[in-house]
Ligand binder design. Structure first.
Ligand code: FMN
Length: 206
């Protein structure tokens, strides 16, 4: 029997989207896993900002065929990997909005026992990758999910370069103007996170 791993993300300038696709590739590479990609609903107020920004408009266009995540997507998932850019060292409000809409799942314990992983993007090197990843885990623990990180045996994890890769989850650096791209190592660690969550999901729920 195959298991369903949901990758749900928010991205305004496309970096977290690239990471989400790499996480999906990693999860999909595990036999018996169906990896599903969903985006988080945008706010109307931010839609107006995007309208006035050519680059953000292009990124929105790239995402238009990716369905918005619903509570049923979360309900159906056997494992979930959440990705968001940082906002002042925490998850984006768009992602928090999705998580805060899960009360009916929480009441029935529907997320309990499902493996979960997290990934993020910051603009700057020390802009809050670890704080974002760790604080994202708090509501997931309330929901009863089982947190899966990235072990240091994963290639590229031990380094002193200006790029991502943390034991708490995958990460990348976008640059103040979004001018940087995820490095090959960032994307490989994202794939490793996807694979690991998928493998644990397969073992626990397959
Ligand atoms: C309100 C706001 C707060 C932000 N806070 C931070 C921050 O604390 N640290 C940081 O490095 N970048 C911060 N950023 C930059 C975003 O994290 C950056 O644009 C994002 O990581 C790019 O990801 P994306 O391409 O997936 O949208 C902030 C951006 C906004 C709009």
């Amino acid at each position: 029997m195959s298991v369903n791993v949901l990758i749900v993300y928010y991205s305004m300038y496309g970096h977290t989207l690239q990471m989400a696709r790499a996480v999906q590739e990693g999860a999909q590479s595990v036999e018996g896993v169906e990896a599903v990609l969903r985006r988080v609903q945008e706010f109307d107020a931010v839609e107006k900002i995007i309208e006035g920004n050519e680059f953000a408009r292009q990124v929105r266009e790239q995402q238009k065929d990716i369905p918005v995540c619903t509570l049923d997507d979360l309900r159906r998932a056997d494992g979930v990997i959440f990705g968001t850019p940082t906002r002042y060292g925490n998850m984006s409000a768009q992602m928090k909005q999705l998580i805060d809409s899960t009360a009916e799942l929480w009441l029935k314990g529907e997320m309990e026992g499902k493996p979960a992983g997290v990934f993020t993007t910051t603009a700057s090197t020390h802009g809050g990758q670890e704080t974002t990843l760790l604080t994202m885990m708090v509501p997931l623990l309330h929901l009863g999910m089982i947190i899966v990180g990235v072990p240091y045996s994963t290639p590229g994890m031990i380094h002193t370069d200006a790029r991502g890769g943390t034991p708490y989850g995958a990460s990348t650096i976008a640059g103040a103007q979004g001018e940087r791209q995820p490095t090959p190592e960032d994307l490989e660690i994202a794939r490793a996170l996807g694979r690991r969550v998928a493998e644990v999901t397969r073992k626990l729920r397959g």
